[in-house]
Design a binder for this molecule. Structure first.
Ligand code: ADP
Length: 260
């Protein structure tokens, strides 16, 4: 009986140990898979611009007699793709550093109204050229503890998307106000909107709503994942509401005093 008891006991302990070890490995396995997916997606994104550069260079080498003027469209293609790759690589580095916890916010007293206003005015001519109306409604003197450069980047991402996904005669509305200990920031557009089934995934890395549309607009599907990182690092929240063919609203709340 004692031997049986000892045997049963050791089987139970062994099984418990095995399942505990497996449970502990699950997050590591998940992190590993996420990392592998990230590398695969990043390589895929780099492959297209690299192919364009390679093909254009090869064609030019076949005609050494041609002048730079004659090859100007190929040179322009190479330059455009090089700029795209440069942008992509620096975005990937940002995300990799954020993942490794090597990217910290530079928290200081920062006037959010000023950041929002600055970016809105930078985008105004771009909206105007495209035939879009810009409405800006900003409460003055909203001071928070934040990273000015990152908040600037957040606004650029949201306004760049509003610009990309809205066709004339559309409207972009930016509102920024303070409510007790929070800043409420809203960026609304009357653009193409987001399909209900895509809403939950738009903050995922490399997610793009419509592949065909994106080949034109050229995004890599990384902007909103960086936007989410910036907001959450400030201790805030970002959410989206959207109706296809009606428009999209991004709502951001930021604490006035960041705990991070
Ligand atoms: P991208 O570089 O493709 O714009 P983002 O991460 O910024 O990448 O956005 C992810 C996806 O979310 C986009 O591909 C698009 O489908 C959708 N999206 C983001 N902002 C808007 C918007 N203002 N209107 C419509 N769709 C949007």
């Amino acid at each position: 009986i004692i031997a049986c008891g000892l045997f049963a006991g050791s089987v139970v302990i062994g099984l418990a140990g095995y399942y505990l070890a497996r449970l502990a490995l699950v997050p590591i396995q998940k992190a590993w898979e996420r990392q592998q997916q990230f590398v695969a997606d990043a390589s895929h994104e780099l492959r297209t611009p690299l192919a364009v550069v390679k093909t254009n260079a090869e064609i030019m080498l076949r005609h050494p007699e041609n002048t730079v003027e004659q090859e100007s469209s190929r040179v322009t293609n190479i330059l455009r793709e090089a700029i795209r790759m440069n942008k992509l690589v620096s975005t990937l580095l940002t995300l990799a550093r954020a993942d490794a916890n090597q990217l910290e916010l530079q928290l200081k007293a920062c006037m959010v109204d000023d950041v929002v206003e600055t970016v809105a005015e930078q985008f105004r001519p771009l909206f105007e050229i495209k035939g879009l109306e810009l409405h800006v409604n900003i409460e003055p003197q909203i001071e928070i503890t934040g990273d000015r450069e990152r908040l600037h980047q957040l606004m650029v991402i949201l306004l760049d998307n509003a610009l990309k996904y809205t066709v004339p005669p559309g409207q972009i509305t930016i509102t920024c106000s303070r409510l007790q200990n929070q800043v409420l920031l809203k960026v609304a557009d009357t653009g193409c909107g987001i399909l209900p089934e895509d809403l939950a995934r738009i903050f995922d890395r490399f997610f793009r709503g419509d592949k065909a549309r994106h080949r034109e607009t050229g995004g890599a599907g990384l902007g909103l994942s960086i936007a989410q990182w910036i907001v959450e690092k400030h201790g805030g929240r970002i959410r989206v509401e959207s109706v296809p063919n009606v428009g999209t609203q991004f709502y951001i709340t930021l604490p006035v005093k960041s705990k991070v």
